[in-house]
Design a binder for this molecule. Structure first.
Ligand SMILES: NC(=O)C1=CN([C@@H]2O[C@H](COP(=O)(O)OP(=O)(O)OC[C@H]3O[C@@H](n4cnc5c(N)ncnc54)[C@H](O)[C@@H]3O)[C@@H](O)[C@H]2O)C=CC1
Ligand SMILES: CC(=O)C(C)=O
Length: 257
């Protein structure tokens, strides 16, 4: 039987890379998409070395044409299209008074419009293939509760939840499910940079921001990218077939407190 095909954006490093590796282990042929061509190539090579099937594609998710082209390339080169994970995101810290039009445009172009273009491109591919599929979007605990110093980022992740719910309703008649994953703090380069910025703003050494956020983590430890990938594997696989419009909160500590 032919492998199912999944495309993961922002999968050259961090959570996206862990998702790509996990989906490959689960039997998907994977398109590793990132605007960093070198990290995408390395991640795809790692999958191939482990016995999986993968291609690397360079695309900037804020560019609609590039997203459509990447999905089409994945469909043609991997022989199908079943799952898109709209994972790519950026998270500059921003005090309210320091927010600039440039920061808003950058974050919204990637975190919100990138998800819209990914949804549209996946729908086009599913329709061309005459079957439904799964759309999975990266939100965050910060998409459930406003996070300090992350106003632009947090609001973009609230938007992703809204898009997920609406698209789930609109696309259900086509046999397409749409869900989101909402991690807490995950040990990736993105988090390292947030910690550095939050700690510096408080006049503290790196690690201070992590310690402050970590006080509210329910399970008492930061999550690994692989913890998130396991939840996304569930959303990509058949066990979640009767689930749509959901925003899976992976660590709710910030939200409960
Ligand atoms: N690390 C964390 O604590 C959390 C992360 N998230 C979300 O998970 C997703 C992945 O985050 P991390 O792996 O931590 O981030 P990361 O910064 O470590 O990795 C992001 C990847 O996306 C790529 N990327 C960025 N902009 C892109 C663009 N315009 N087009 C294509 N690729 C692009 C980068 O090159 C990089 O490979 C993001 O959407 C983030 O907002 C959500 C909750 C917590
Ligand atoms: C970066 C992010 O989404 C966090 C810490 O939840």
């Amino acid at each position: 039987m032919e492998s199912k095909v999944a495309l993961v954006t922002g999968s050259g490093q961090g959570i996206g890379k862990a998702i790509a590796l996990r989906l490959a282990k689960d039997g998907f042929a994977v398109a590793v998409v990132d605007y960093n061509a070198e990290t995408a190539r390395q991640a795809a090579e790692e999958i191939t070395r482990q016995g999986g099937k993968a291609i690397a594609l360079q695309a900037d998710v804020s560019d609609r044409d590039q997203v459509f082209a990447a999905v089409e390339q994945a469909r043609q080169q991997l022989g199908g299209f079943d799952v898109i994970v709209n994972n790519a995101g950026v998270a500059p810290t921003t005090l309210i008074e320091d927010i600039t039009p440039e920061i808003v445009d950058k974050v919204y172009n990637i975190n919100v419009k990138g998800v819209i273009w990914g949804i549209q491109a996946a729908v086009k591919a599913f329709k061309a293939l005459g079957h439904g599929g799964k759309i999975i979007n990266a939100s965050s605990q910060a998409g459930h509760v406003g996070n300090p110093e992350l106003a632009v980022y947090s609001s973009s992740k609230f938007a992703v939840r809204g898009l997920t719910q609406t698209a789930a309703r609109d696309l259900a008649p086509l046999g397409i499910t749409v869900n989101a994953y909402c991690p807490g703090i995950v040990k990736t380069p993105m988090w390292d940079e947030i910690d550095r910025q939050v700690s510096a703003a408080a006049g503290q050494a790196p690690g201070y921001g992590t310690a402050e956020f970590a006080k509210r983590i329910t399970l008492g430890r930061l999550s690994e990218p692989e913890d998130v990938a396991a939840c996304v594997a569930f959303l990509a696989g058949p066990d979640s077939d009767y689930m749509t419009g959901q925003a899976l909160l992976i660590d709710g500590g910030m939200v409960f407190s």
